[in-house]
Design a protein around this ligand. Structure first.
Ligand code: HEM
Length: 203
């Protein structure tokens, strides 16, 4: 039986969850030390205890995030997972599935992603890459001057870093709501279960 999600994929997904949580919660503590928007994150939702502790968490967890992300991308390319399951949908397929989702008529097949999921998952992977690159820019702005210029300077790189964090947190909220609506998907991300049969080919 070919599982809906292979073992390496399941392991990398959960490592990613741990790394992203460490990054987000320690990032909130770092932001709180010098907020550039008119709000701060509640202390209970932060990791690290103080600026130095949060930076230590942030700069350690990023290596886990990057190593796991590189392993995921290499695995995805060489196993054919990215091409087979996460190829960008055509605008027509996206519109069709998005309208069906709004009407609560989008069937969810374990082991097959619809066009909305493909865009959603592919999108968060790209956003995570931008998040890491802007993070590197504001960590070493002198040594990585070229990268900083690519993002329009230090201040813009910091704001993009913050904006990407908001998109990632937004993704996680929607992701968790969808998992709660179809809890069978969670079982398939934990243990080996067979894929549902697919009736119509994806466009
Ligand atoms: C506790 C938190 C999380 C839970 C319970 C969870 C659960 C799941 C489940 C059940 C799936 C499979 C969906 C399906 O088969 O329809 C999935 C896929 C996915 N999740 Fe999560 N997830 C969590 C956090 C995250 C985070 C933090 C990220 C990244 C920011 C993420 C990114 C993804 C991606 C990209 C996929 C598609 C993976 C692939 O097939 O290559 N998830 N998640």
């Amino acid at each position: 039986m070919r599982p809906a999600h292979s073992l390496p994929l399941r392991i990398m997904h959960w490592v990613n969850v741990y790394a992203v949580c460490c990054m987000v919660f320690s990032g909130w503590e770092i932001y709180n030390a010098s907020p550039d928007l008119p709000f701060s994150f509640p202390q209970w939702a932060t990791l690290g205890g103080w600026l130095g502790g949060a930076l230590a968490w942030h700069l350690s967890a990023v290596w886990l995030l990057v190593l796991n992300g590189v392993a995921y991308l290499l695995y995805g390319i060489f196993s054919g997972h990215l091409k087979r399951d996460l190829r960008p949908p055509s605008p027509r397929a996206f519109l069709r599935d998005f309208v069906a989702a709004l009407r609560l008529r989008l069937p969810h097949k374990i082991g097959h992603y619809n066009a909305v999921q493909r865009l959603f998952y592919g999108g968060v992977i790209c956003i995570l890459i931008v998040e890491v690159l802007t993070g590197l820019s504001i960590w070493k702005p002198v040594q990585l001057g070229g990268l900083v210029s690519l993002f329009g300077g230090y201040v813009l790189a910091r704001n993009i870093h913050l904006a990407m964090m908001i998109l990632i947190v937004g993704f996680i909220v929607v992701h968790l709501v969808l998992v709660a609506i179809v809890p069978r998907t969670l079982v398939a991300m934990v243990k080996a279960v067979p894929s549902d049969p697919q009736e119509t080919p994806d466009v």
